[in-house]
Design a protein around this ligand. Structure first.
Ligand code: SAH
Length: 398
């Protein structure tokens, strides 16, 4: 067991922590000297020495650790993790019992009481994401607790704590039996191929489940669909299953082509009737304008930050311009699905971007519906930035 370190919190920050804010910011600490060891237990006190909470030290892009308990006597032992995981699994019973959906989030960090740790479920396999070296120090306890209570085929992990929170490449298998390669999971009756041991990303972003269903059920029938930043084409699959006349998927990564062909194939969609294009989206927009291409449904789901050969894209800065380009190749009465996972701005600002982009093109619009994280990506009111996902369905009016 590591030492317990007592940190004194400035009064301005103590107020927030007392109200339930779970993240420990560096600026909040008065007596942070040199080297606190990753994984140390932290006891937080206010300027007068009164107890505020207990947590652990683990440096992420955001913060230096998380509050896990408001009880001074609480120990972070196997029982502690078992209790948290039991609660989380109990809260997802409906998903566990749904034969049409076999992939979802089981444990969502601070939303379920332990910041820096998430666990996803893929048809009997559990994937643990560690977001700091600090939380990784609890690995044995976490694995033991999870295997005590969960019905599992196998366990995998992603160590996301190299520089800038990037993934450390390794054999990600931990215990049980190894998953088939690929592992085919279901989501609302659609199939998706996932690879648990290939890279940081497994092939599908589980937080878009409700959006994929909505695209399939309400916006695709008879439509010509453009899916930009398409990755493995999950939105294109949803659109094709929903009756799109054609889908066009655009992603700059070479791997996206074979991955998209695979996702179409396992859903019995003829991939040759779809366009799958490996190209920079910004070049594709120019091409589409030159060719007078117009789409009924345009999906925009860029990474929050990306650098390609010619462009640097930052959602917080460049989203309005990206949206403007999309508006110009959307049919009148067509729909744009604007999505972002950037946690550094909220829904109000995102809607400001939409307003700005439509001002730039001079078109009118109407917001049809909005999505935030689905319920399995549990969030807490005291940590708004945890609800990072913002998706807005916008109609371009005639
Ligand atoms: N919409 C996808 C997830 C997108 S992940 C889904 O629902 O599954 C972001 C993707 O954007 C990555 O696959 C990355 O290769 C791609 N990307 C980043 N910059 C790009 C650019 N300039 N042009 C095209 N694709 C880009």
């Amino acid at each position: 067991m590591k030492n317990t370190v007592k940190l004194k919190i400035k009064s301005t920050f103590a107020k927030n922590l007392r109200a339930g804010f779970p993240l420990i910011n560096k600026e909040a600490v008065l007596n942070l000297k040199g080297n606190v060891e990753e994984g140390s237990t932290l006891e937080l006190v206010d300027e007068s020495g009164a107890f505020l909470g207990k947590g652990y030290f683990g440096q992420q892009n955001k913060g230096i650790g998380w509050v896990l308990s408001r009880q001074q006597q609480e120990e972070f032992d196997e029982k502690f993790f078992e209790k948290k995981f039991k609660q989380a699994i109990e809260g997802r019973k409906t998903l566990f019992n749904d034969p049409e959906t076999t992939a979802f989030r089981v444990f969502n960090g601070e939303g379920d009481g332990i910041g820096g740790l998430t666990i996803d479920y893929f048809d009997g396999y559990y994937l643990i994401n560690w977001y700091s070296e600090g939380i990784y120090h609890f690995k044995n306890l976490v694995v033991q607790a999870l295997t005590n209570i969960a019905d599992y085929k196998g366990l995998y992990e992603k160590k996301r704590f190299a520089e800038q929170g990037t993934y450390i490449e390794d054999d990600d298998f931990i215990a049980g039996e190894r998953a088939p390669i690929p592992l085919i999971v279901k989501e609302n009756g659609m199939n998706f191929a996932v690879y648990l041991n290939e890279s940081a990303m497994v092939g599908i972003f589980l937080d878009q489940r409700d959006v994929r269903k909505t695209i399939r059920d309400k916006y695709s029938k008879g439509k010509n669909v453009l899916n930009t930043f398409s990755y493995t084409g999950a939105f294109s699959v949803a659109a094709a299953v929903g009756g799109a006349t054609k889908t066009t998927s655009v992603d700059v990564a070479n791997r996206s082509k074979s991955k998209t062909i695979e996702q179409f194939s396992i859903n019995e969609i003829d991939y040759e009737a779809q366009d799958i294009i490996v190209e920079d989206v910004f070049n594709y927009f120019k091409y589409a304008v030159r060719k007078n291409l117009l789409f009924d449904l345009v999906i925009l789901d860029p990474p929050s930050y990306a650098r390609s050969k010619k462009n640097t894209f930052s959602a917080a800065k460049d989203y309005p311009d990206l949206l403007e380009k999309a508006i110009r190749i959307t049919e009148k009465d067509g729909v744009i699905v604007a999505s972002t996972n950037a946690s550094n701005f909220g829904m109000d600002k995102f809607k400001g971007f939409i307003e700005k982009a439509f001002k730039q093109t001079g078109d009118k619009y109407k917001i049809l519906e909005e999505f935030r994280l689905p319920s399995d990506f549990k969030t807490i009111n005291n940590f708004k930035e945890g609800n990072y996902l913002k998706v807005v369905f916008i109609k371009k009016l005639t």
